[in-house]
Design a protein around this ligand. Structure first.
Ligand SMILES: [Zn+2]
Length: 120
């Protein structure tokens, strides 16, 4: 004898907390925050002639960022050069990596104004 009601419990509705989690992971509407210091990361225009995809990335330009502060000592110890790197987030892949800088002011001229500034 076949029990037709056996599969009726197989289709469970998605767990609401899982849905909320996936939405929060994809939400680029709010400020992107540095994973190291939680400072909102401005958009930073990609230089030409790089293999980075997309037109911009998010970069933490906080001088208090522990990633940036550690970078000075790390570069000095490993390469004997006075430079550091800032935390870079590629929005096309969601991956973070180092963006080499040679001073506190380096590369800040490539920061893209936030979209709110264009809303007149
Ligand atoms: Zn940071």
């Amino acid at each position: 004898m076949v029990n037709c009601s056996e599969k009726s419990g197989g289709q469970r509705p998605p767990d609401f907390s899982e849905v909320l989690f996936s939405v929060s992971q994809m939400d680029f509407g709010g400020p992107i925050r540095c994973p190291h210091c939680n400072t909102p990361m401005p958009r930073w225009a990609n230089p030409e002639l790089t293999n980075w995809s997309g037109e911009f990335q998010y970069v933490c330009f906080s001088d208090a960022c522990p990633y940036f502060i550690r970078g000075w000592a790390w570069m000095e110890d490993n390469f004997n050069v006075h430079s550091s790197y800032r935390c870079r987030l590629d929005p096309t892949t969601g991956e973070t990596g180092p963006l080499p800088v040679w001073s506190r002011e380096a590369l800040k001229d490539r920061i893209v104004p936030s979209e709110e500034d264009f809303d007149a």
